[in-house]
Design a protein around this ligand. Structure first.
Ligand code: ACO
Length: 372
């Protein structure tokens, strides 16, 4: 007999076990606080930590960087396909298609062993930034740029987009945002990836499905919608009346609220410091003030804190990144977390198959077509 436990949206339900991260007592990845990782680490070290369970030593990190460099190439037919995609296709949709297509050229695609899945995860971490940058450049009528040897993954994202080495401040800001986006327990996209591979499907399918789940504005898509809010407000004097009237109309303000963090998202708190610095450096103090007013009023009125997407949208804007790349950047980072979860799921797999509470009609007799 199954005991019926029902929680809409699975809120508060423990749907599995993980050793990868926890939100208890602040967010930590494999025991390391995200503040320590963001302050002292690099995205490469964090990706290694998520995939292998421990921080790398110098030799291991060097070997990882070499593997990333060796894997940093995307098969020509995929780039050709991207050239053919309609200009209106969103970058998220292009990434989702590319993650699926990359499977066809991955020699480990059908190997679901722990070691093969780590190899595939590392390759996707190296390949998807190339896809994102290639799509953007081709859409703008520019030729694609290969990644530059010796640059970090974060710096290479910017290099492949803009064609010049990023400043150290921009490279660091990108690196920190990738660290903060890398992993977050049983969120919707991660859970999607675990459900997919729990059928013994493969890593590329799990990542493709996760990208589809991340795209929605209630999840990763919110960082793009944040810029719509700031654009609608327009200028800092308009911030207070605008937000008060939006709340009075019961509008949902993107970048605020969280299913788990009801008092504050530690990632948002951390990224806010970097936002302040970049806003000063790029002459965007007014936008930052506008954001502060909105944040204060939403807290006063609704007791809703900002989530990570609130500062990250602005951070990317200060770095001159086009809005349609905000959620794709989230993907490039979260591939590390999704892959770690896929591997953890497969290491101790049980098919994820919950039950539903039936709310349809009672049993009734079949009615022949002529009688309906
Ligand atoms: N703006 C205005 N009101 C809000 C917001 C918001 N952003 N978020 C929640 N509320 C209100 C709800 O309307 C509801 O009010 P009510 O009780 O008067 O009906 C109350 O707060 C509780 O909200 P729920 O929707 O039940 O909270 P839930 O846990 O289901 O949702 C979610 C969490 C989806 C993130 C929600 O806060 C939201 O839609 N936020 C905006 C989208 C967003 O920023 N997503 C990014 C998430 S973080 C990430 O993916 C990195």
């Amino acid at each position: 007999m199954t005991q019926e436990i029902y929680s809409p949206g699975l809120e508060g339900v423990i749907a599995g076990e993980t050793a990868i991260s926890t939100v208890s007592g602040g967010l930590s990845y494999r025991g390391y606080s995200i503040e320590d990782l963001a302050r002292h680490g690099t995205f490469e070290e964090v990706a290694y930590l998520l995939l292998y369970g421990e921080l790398p030593n110098a030799q291991e990190l060097d070997a990882l960087r070499k593997r990333f460099a060796a894997a940093a190439t995307v098969p020509a037919p995929i780039i050709d396909a991207i050239r053919q995609f309609p200009a209106a296709a969103s970058t998220m949709d292009v990434l989702r298609s590319a993650a699926s297509m990359l499977a066809h050229w991955d020699s480990d695609v059908a190997d679901n062993s722990h070691a093969a899945n780590i190899r595939k995860a590392e390759r996707l971490l190296a390949q998807l930034p190339i896809v994102m940058a290639a799509r953007q450049r081709l859409k703008n009528g520019q030729e694609t740029l290969p990644p530059k040897n010796g640059l970090s993954l974060a710096a290479n994202c910017l290099y492949m987009l803009f064609g010049s080495d990023p400043t150290p401040v921009h490279a660091k800001a990108m690196d920190v945002s990738l660290i903060l986006y890398a992993e977050h327990e049983f969120n919707a996209s991660t859970f999607t990836s675990r459900v997919i591979v729990s059928t013994l499907s493969d890593l590329h399918s799990g990542i493709t499905g996760a990208i589809g789940a991340l795209k929605g504005p209630l999840h990763g898509g919110a960082n793009e919608k944040v810029m719509d809010v700031l654009r609608a407000v327009g200028q800092k004097d308009n911030a207070e009346p605008w937000i008060r009237s939006a709340l009075a109309r019961k509008e949902k303000i993107m970048g605020f609220g969280h299913r788990v963090y009801k008092d504050g998202d530690p990632r948002a708190t951390y990224l806010k410091e970097l936002c302040n610095d970049l806003a000063r450096e790029t002459g965007n103090e007014d936008l930052e003030t506008m954001a502060d007013v909105i944040q204060r009023v939403i807290w006063e009125e609704k007791k809703l804190p900002p989530n990570l997407d609130w500062p990250s949208g602005r951070l990317y804007h200060y770095m001159n990144l086009p809005v349609e790349l905000f959620t794709p950047l989230f993907v490039l980072s979260r591939v590390a977390g999704w892959s770690a979860h896929i591997i953890e799921q497969l290491d101790n797999n049980r098919l994820i198959r919950p039950r539903a509470r039936y709310t349809g009609p009672e049993r009734r007799p079949w009615r022949p077509l002529a009688e309906r």
